[in-house]
Ligand binder design. Structure first.
Ligand SMILES: *Cc1c(COP(=O)(O)O)cnc(C)c1O
Length: 482
């Protein structure tokens, strides 16, 4: 393919994507295929001779689309949203076109500097304390990680290094291995599983702190477990708080937990993967109160801020916590600039060496929507979630299982877990809408999450009518059986 053909095909591809997104409602939100469906549809090995673009594009409809779960369908209410907007798609194309690898400042100065400035912009949009911003010569700053999971691993490993150095100064008799064996990290019993996974990779114990009746970690619960562990000779060093849990969007009590972590030399990391985007609205910013006590903070604009995957933004108060933990400088990567403010080598902030020019997506989205446009978008989703909650509350066969704070509604039929499992199964088998469940204190619960950029009241109303119809059928069948 030469540039002339690329011009032509590029325009065709844009048309294909625009058609796909514009007409996505007509596609069945969840595919019918069985595992292994794809292999028989394409040859066993790569073609020896070049093929034509038309044929490839035709195969997208034949091979790929039948096996796609359409995350941007307005009938998709599963998991949490994943962002999609046209400005981000275009920026992604440009990022691919430039195709630089921004591991150091010198490897592509624009890639590094735009990222630092975008993280400052976004930090200001959610009113982060100034210590988290890079500014001209700040000690803090932000970085785009590929996912929350990776940001958590980076935070945990940096905290581990910091704790080892501190304990080595205080207790010279302990070897590094002995210290690591005593380190213990904490997170909520509602936390995302990636926190536990980070613990497995880092080789440190992770303990779950029990949550209260609102599924939140309270200061008293952490205090109790800290005291027990310290008495047993363990060394607490890390706490991952969650703002907006995946299960039910509950919020740990940062103002209680933060001062305790600071007093105990515990690195506090905050996971606001989903909820973080809502903090751009003044009416939701209170949910972030207590962030001033954190060492690192992370959320995913690729979930709810219209910046397509991947874009997981992470801020630290002291960038040297990361750069000292991960710094290895082979001679072929050295250059003549000193690290400060806008000048940094992002390879020291992450696990891989290579990194894409992801901040272009933020820049395009923030400028094309404006803060106001993004706030409106968040508010619309929250409003739709409340509309759904009100529908559930009007039917006394159902119950709401957790406070509806943002765009997620946890609900279930009053009755057994089996009944609710059967309801979810019939919803997903009908393929009209797609939901996933969660478990809250032993109860099987359905999650209704407002996801699509194009979701409207009509889709929510349709979904509820459909759920009610299936539930009624199920209850009727159940009565007949008895
Ligand atoms: C989605 C989610 C994650 C995982 O984020 P990734 O970027 O996919 O790793 C972690 N925590 C919470 C609360 C989430 O909602």
């Amino acid at each position: 393919m030469d540039a002339a053909e690329f011009r032509r095909r590029g325009k065709e591809m844009v048309d294909y994507i625009a058609d796909y997104l514009e007409q996505i409602e007509k596609r069945q939100v969840y595919p019918d295929v069985e595992p292994g469906y794809l292999r028989p549809l394409i040859p066993d090995s790569a073609p020896e001779e070049p093929e034509r673009f038309e044929d490839i594009l035709q195969d997208v409809e034949r091979v790929i689309m039948p096996g796609v779960t359409h995350w941007h369908s307005p009938y998709f209410f599963a998991y949490f949203p994943t962002a999609s907007s046209f400005p981000a798609l275009l920026a992604d194309m440009l990022s691919g076109g430039i195709g630089c690898i921004g591991f150091s400042w010198a490897s592509s100065p624009a890639c590094t500097e735009l990222e630092t400035v975008m993280l400052d912009w976004l930090g200001k949009m959610i009113n982060l304390p100034p210590q988290f911003l890079a500014g001209k010569d700040g000690e803090g700053g932000g970085v785009i990680q590929e996912s929350f999971s990776q940001a958590t691993l980076v935070a945990l490993l940096a905290a581990r290094t910091k704790a080892i150095h501190r304990v080595q100064r205080e207790k010279r008799e302990l070897t590094q291995g002995e210290i690591i064996g005593r380190l213990v990290a904490y997170t909520s019993d509602q936390a995302h599983f990636s926190v536990e996974k980070a613990g497995l990779i880092a080789g440190v114990k992770i303990k779950e702190v029990p949550t209260d009746d609102k599924f939140a970690v309270r200061g008293s619960a952490l205090r109790k477990i800290l005291d027990q562990d310290k008495a047993a000779g363990l060394i607490p060093f890390f706490f991952c708080a969650t703002l907006g849990t995946t299960t039910c969007c509950s919020f740990d009590k940062l103002p209680e937990l933060g001062p305790m972590c600071n007093a105990e030399n515990i690195w506090m990391h905050i996971d606001a993967a989903y909820a973080g985007s809502s903090f751009i609205c003044p009416e939701f910013r209170h949910l972030l109160n207590g962030v001033e006590f954190a060492d690192s903070f992370n959320f995913n604009p690729h979930k709810w801020l219209l910046v397509n995957f991947d874009c997981s933004t992470m801020w630290v108060k002291k960038r040297t916590d990361l750069t000292c933990a991960f710094k290895i400088d082979p001679v072929y990567l050295k250059h003549d600039h000193q690290e400060s403010g806008l000048i940094t080598d992002y390879r020291h902030w992450q696990i891989p060496l290579g990194r894409r020019f992801r901040s272009l997506k933020m820049w395009f989205v923030f400028r094309m929507y404006g803060v106001k446009g993004l706030q409106e978008y968040i508010r619309k989703h929250v409003k739709l979630a409340h509309e759904f909650k009100d529908l559930v509350l009007q039917d006394d066969r159902f119950e709401i299982c957790a406070d509806v704070v943002l765009g997620l509604v946890c609900f279930r039929l009053k009755g057994t877990n089996e009944l609710n499992e059967a309801l979810l199964k019939s919803i997903n088998n009908a393929r009209k809408i797609h939901l996933v469940p969660c478990r809250l204190k032993g109860k099987f619960v359905l999650r209704f999450s407002i996801c699509a950029r194009t979701a409207e009241s009509a889709h929510v109303q349709f979904a509820w009518k459909h759920i009610v119809m299936l539930a009624s059928e199920l209850l009727k069948a159940q009565k007949q059986q008895q």
